[in-house]
Write a protein that binds this ligand. Structure first.
Ligand code: MYA
Length: 160
């Protein structure tokens, strides 16, 4: 794992193996998000283009539902940093409205809705290129103590 000069890993380095967004995970999705502000509420919003192959297939020709949940979990988690909060997913609901096709550019978006103390409420959507809503989610993230996140994970420490 790359280290900074003080050998304390940065948050990005700690998250480098994240299955959805980590650049260091050879089997990950390598999602990249652009961040902006919602035009009406000013709340943080993130967007990514996803185009998935059969590795992620569920029904023939379509993305597996668990992977769609992963996309939503990741997109909503990306809202926590602009809110200056380290948080983990506590609850998520997903509506699968239409099958989500493989091999097509789909637009993944997430927006912060509201905060109640440690509780962050976010929403997320997946649209096809025609603008049809394919799936949507609501998520509850809970602000955590940074000490919950181990600073250095190795296979040896994980028992492998
Ligand atoms: C994460 C850091 C990563 C750093 C790098 C970023 C890279 C990105 C990677 C990100 C990867 C993607 C992200 C991932 O995949 S994160 C991985 C998936 N998530 C987890 O593994 C989290 C596991 N859970 C926990 O560790 C604990 O439960 C945590 C720490 C989250 C909270 O435990 P804690 O004991 O502290 O709190 P609590 O359980 O009492 O609950 C708290 C409050 O919530 C209320 N509540 C519960 N349910 C509902 C509901 N349905 N509607 C409304 N409210 C609800 C509940 O009543 C309570 O309210 P109150 O009584 O306090 O008022």
């Amino acid at each position: 794992m790359p280290m900074n000069d003080n050998s304390a890993p940065t948050l990005d380095e700690q998250a480098g193996h994240c299955f959805a967004c980590g650049p260091a995970n050879p089997q990950g999705l390598h999602l990249h998000f652009d961040r902006s502000e919602h035009p009406e509420t000013g709340h943080p919003t993130v967007t990514a283009t996803v185009n998935l192959t059969r590795i992620y297939e569920g029904p023939p020709g379509y993305i597996h539902g668990g992977i769609i949940a992963t996309l939503f979990d990741e997109a909503m988690s990306k809202l926590n940093r602009p809110l200056d909060t380290l948080a983990m997913t506590r609850h998520m609901e997903v509506d699968y409205l239409r099958p989500s096709p493989l091999y097509q550019d789909l637009t993944l978006t997430a927006t912060h809705e509201r905060r109640e103390g440690r509780k962050l409420f976010h929403s997320a959507q997946l649209h096809n290129a025609e603008g049809t809503l394919l799936a949507q989610a609501e998520g509850l993230f809970i602000a955590i103590n940074p000490a919950m996140i181990p600073s250095n994970i190795t296979p040896e420490k994980a028992g492998h």
